[in-house]
Design a protein around this ligand. Structure first.
Ligand SMILES: [Zn+2]
Length: 319
């Protein structure tokens, strides 16, 4: 049986054990190979349920390369935000992979010591090399997606203003797992951001087309990893980057029964106040969590319920 043979040939890859790490390069090898995380996940699915999934025949490394055959990631990005897209492979495992699967492109990282300088310096060289143009195009595309989305999900979390304790407990609910913390970081990359380049560079249009497959693939992976876990007292809304804050407030009014002028909205501690500004310019991106504080006094039992829920943070973890 193919699945069983593959499983016993690559036991650690299957069980996600003893994985090499770029940021803590293993002592006993100078070479590591790269495949896409998508390939590894599809392969694991097949091995687990060989009767229900079709076998994986190719490593599909072209998904990690640009149309020029260059690598789409920097060494630094592969240790951080892009680490979710790649899987590192030991040389011995690579021997096996070459026998079991079609290898369309070899991607490897080599560690070398540069002896000319003192003290000697360690360098990591990828093969194929990074394609800087396509890397730039990809980053622009990612930034554009964060500003030009339509029908994206954001979350509105209602907190109650007159309870001081709420201010402290509510944000904790949102970062209850380490994964969520990472996601927040990923959602707003601070570096490598250059809107001027993005707008003035006519070449990015062409790149956009040639990368469509790749970007669709990457979006799928990112969307999966960015997904926010909804907690109690929180509602998901569908919004677009070009709608105004005023329009969002009307959506919130329908969802929470709070009049627009009673809504105090903030995102990452920043107050959202310009009703005419669009969500895109206010920095509201897909999967954002907006805090809603209502000015109104608590008058009905439904509102009391909300308070009770926010008062018990442990309830939030179960949700
Ligand atoms: Zn390229």
């Amino acid at each position: 049986m193919i699945a069983n043979e593959q499983k016993t040939s690559l036991p650690n890859l299957f069980q996600d054990k003893n994985r090499p790490c770029l940021s803590n390069w293993p002592e006993d090898t100078d070479v590591l190979y790269i495949v896409s995380q998508f390939f590894v996940e599809e392969w694991r699915k097949f091995v687990r349920k060989p009767t229900r999934c079709s076998p994986v025949s190719s490593v599909g490394n072209s998904a990690l390369l640009c149309p020029h055959g260059g690598l789409m990631f920097t060494f630094a990005s592969m240790t951080k935000e892009d680490s979710k897209l790649i899987a590192l492979i030991w040389p011995s495992e690579w021997q096996t992979i070459q026998k079991l699967f079609v290898v369309d492109h070899v991607i490897k990282i080599t560690r070398t010591e540069v002896e000319d300088v003192h003290p000697s310096e360690t360098q990591y060289i990828s093969e194929p090399k990074l394609c800087p143009e396509c890397r730039e195009g990809l980053l622009c595309q990612q930034q554009r997606d964060l500003r030009e989305y339509t029908q994206a999900t954001i979350y509105v979390h209602k907190v109650v203003d007159n309870k001081k304790v709420m201010k402290d407990s509510a944000p904790e609910l949102n970062v209850s797992s380490s994964e969520t913390e990472e996601d927040k970081e990923e959602a707003k990359p601070d570096g490598e951001k250059d809107p001027d380049f993005n707008q003035s560079n006519g070449g990015t249009k062409r790149q956009k087309i040639s990368h469509q497959n790749y970007i669709a693939y990457q979006k799928q992976v990112i969307r999966r990893s960015m997904r926010h876990r909804k907690v109690r007292g929180e509602k998901a809304l569908l919004v677009s980057a070009n709608q105004t804050l005023k329009e969002l407030k009307i959506q919130i009014m329908h969802a929470f029964s709070v009049a627009p002028f009673d809504q105090n909205l903030s995102i990452d501690g920043k107050i959202l106040s310009d009703d005419c500004a669009t969500l895109g310019t206010l920095g509201v991106i897909p999967e954002s969590v907006i805090l809603l504080k209502a000015d109104e006094p608590i008058a009905d039992y439904a509102a009391m319920d909300d308070v009770m829920q926010v008062c018990m943070p442990e309830e939030g973890f179960k949700a």
